[in-house]
Design a protein around this ligand. Structure first.
Ligand SMILES: [Mg+2]
Length: 262
């Protein structure tokens, strides 16, 4: 019996909130020039607190702009971000594709400018590197993420984690996470395996729950990632979802059927 362990990347493996904030702030300075040359600490802290509202990278730009305009409270942004994002983008005449490009290009430029700083803004959560390495040795591991694959690959290489590139499903695939899980579930070489999906975004887990074909997948909400206390409470009331902490991860992977080394 095999196990297929699917990890989300941002908010499960990697705490990329500081890097996302810096990148978003740089784009904001291009779109709305100002004198400051560095991201102010107070904005960074607020951005990290509000990080749970983001789904894909480009949304960090409107989030950072909303924060620096200081017209909305944290509670208001947490509750109404999609509406606030759309309103801001409409007022400023910004399109998703344009922000997506700006975000990716700015990230490329920042890496080129100072790779050490960029890697430092992307921290792997405490203990995750070892857990991921062990998981790769024992199970079939996949990363399913809305990040661009080249950035994921770069961070894995930096942390000396050997995962084949065809095990990384990133933004380029243009598929939702339920679609990717469905595709893996249908692969002949993975038949009979137990599937596990570890994700920090409640909405994504809800989408998986709502997909009939994904019934066999075991679901976990990572409580160390980008979710709010109310989302964690909500998840703990969902029969199919287990809320786990980073310390639960190793016992979970080791006790998974077929998880013992022989
Ligand atoms: Mg995530």
């Amino acid at each position: 019996m095999k196990n297929v362990i699917c990890f989300d990347f941002d908010g499960v493996i990697c705490d990329s909130a500081p890097e996302t904030a810096v990148t978003a702030w740089k784009v904001c300075r291009e779109l709305w020039p100002a004198d400051e040359s560095n991201l102010p600490e107070t904005l960074l802290e607020r951005f990290c607190r509000l990080r749970p509202v983001l789904h894909t990278g480009y949304e960090a730009i409107p989030l950072m702009r909303l924060i620096e305009m200081a017209g909305e409270s944290d509670d208001s942004i947490l509750e109404r971000f999609p509406g606030l994002r759309d309103k801001l983008m409409e007022q400023e005449g910004l399109a998703v594709a344009e922000l997506r490009n700006l975000f990716g290009n700015t990230r490329d430029r920042l890496i080129e400018l100072d790779q050490a700083a960029w890697l430092n803004w992307n921290r792997f959560y405490q203990g995750i590197r070892e857990i991921l390495t062990e998981a790769i040795q024992r199970h079939a591991v996949f990363l399913i993420t809305t990040k661009q694959e080249r950035f994921v690959g770069r961070l894995l290489r930096h942390h000396k984690i050997g995962l084949a590139t065809d095990r990384i499903f990133g933004l380029e695939k243009q598929q939702t996470k339920p679609q990717i899980l469905g595709e893996l579930l249908g692969r002949s070489e993975l038949q009979g395996a137990t599937f596990h999906f570890i994700e920090d975004r409640l909405k994504t887990l809800e989408d998986v729950v709502a997909t009939e074909a994904l019934q066999p997948v075991r679901l976990y909400l990572a409580d160390w990632g980008y979710n709010t206390p109310s989302e964690r409470r909500q998840a703990s009331g969902m029969p199919r979802v287990e809320v786990i902490s980073v310390n639960d991860l190793r016992p979970l992977l080791m006790s998974a059927p077929g998880g013992q080394s022989r």
